[in-house]
Ligand binder design. Structure first.
Ligand code: BDR
Ligand code: CA
Length: 313
């Protein structure tokens, strides 16, 4: 039976690539895709989610959930890596924005409709999931699993020296999710970055006679150019695609149970994820944290997903 999945995302190049793979993976039933403010504004995130899905035209249409702005809007700017519109400045046609319910309502509805069967894959700030938990306090225990893309195990950030972007944008929401009763797995940045994708993957992208090929042949080369120009790197990381792979292939990740929390106020450390790794931690462990990825096998799985999306479109 396919795994019932909700994808909460802030497209974002790596979010859009993850969507492209997930929508055509027969092992997944994508119940809903919900947008969250992060890489781009709430309005742009909602447009991007619909535009990517409309363009790819998957066999089953997931429900869509709209982003609404975060209470304390993110101050980090990721446009240099994702382009002004989050999709490497690709102008996807959008016939008309469908009426969408707020993301947190869609999450609550879908989980309540299939209690203990739904996994939510969070690829952006945790605003929507925290709001869903606030709206329905019984929700954490009704979820099968939450997989979170972000945080940093070794406290090396990408938006500040200490904080990873998704945690930094809405640290209060991240803390609420970390402290909830939901069963969680965290795929932190330093594990996502073990999977370095090199230029040769461009040759393996589907032809641009396919819809997935047209999308990926824009997004992925844009990412290579941005990583070279702004970070001096010849490779790219697709953090959110690695997190999707963890939903499909948990066996490719070594995890450890840890007590994790998020710093919400620190002048230098706001958004840092803190894990109590002392010999005798005070708190009980509250999540499985990936500590290693089998980078070769994860890359293979991503390439297979890309090829499948090409065949299906
Ligand atoms: C995360 O930040 C975003 O820019 C990416 O989409 C990913 O979710 C990596 O820190
Ligand atoms: Ca993201």
């Amino acid at each position: 039976m396919p795994k019932k999945l909700i994808i909460d995302c802030d497209p974002g190049i790596d979010d859009a690539v993850a969507l492209c793979l997930a929508l055509f993976d027969p092992r997944l039933e994508i119940l809903a895709v919900t947008a969250v403010e992060g890489n781009v504004s709430a309005a742009q995130a909602s447009v991007n989610v619909q535009a990517v899905i409309d363009f790819l035209d998957p066999p089953r249409s997931p429900r869509l959930g709209a982003a609404t702005p975060c209470d304390a809007p993110p101050t980090a700017d990721m446009r240099r890596l994702h382009g002004d519109n989050g999709l490497g400045n690709l102008d996807l046609p959008l016939a008309q924005l469908h009426h969408q319910h707020p993301a947190e309502k869609i999450i609550c509805d879908e989980v309540r409709a299939a209690p203990e069967q739904v996994t939510i894959l969070c690829l952006g700030p945790l605003t929507n999931l925290a709001r869903a938990f606030q709206r329905d306090p019984s929700l954490p225990l009704m979820l099968d699993h939450v997989i979170i893309s972000g945080g940093s195990l070794r406290c090396i950030g990408n938006v500040t020296p200490a904080a990873e972007f998704n945690m930094y944008c809405d640290p209060q929401a991240a803390r609420a999710v970390f402290r909830s009763a939901a069963t969680r797995t965290l795929i932190p940045l330093d594990v996502g970055e073990q999977v370095k994708l090199t230029l040769d993957i461009i040759e393996q992208l589907p032809a641009d006679t396919t819809r997935a090929g047209r999308l990926l042949r824009h997004l992925i080369p844009f990412a290579f150019r941005a990583y070279r120009q702004h970070m001096g790197l010849e490779n790219i990381f697709l953090q959110d695609v690695v997190a999707l792979t963890a939903a499909l292939h948990p066996e490719l990740f070594e995890t450890e149970e840890m007590a994790g929390d998020v710093e919400t106020v620190g002048e230098l450390t706001k958004g840092a994820t803190i894990f109590d790794r002392r010999r005798q931690p005070l708190g009980r462990s509250n999540m499985a944290v990936a500590v290693e990825a089998d980078a070769v096998a994860v890359t293979d799985s991503i390439l297979r997903g890309i090829a499948e999306a090409g065949r299906a479109t």
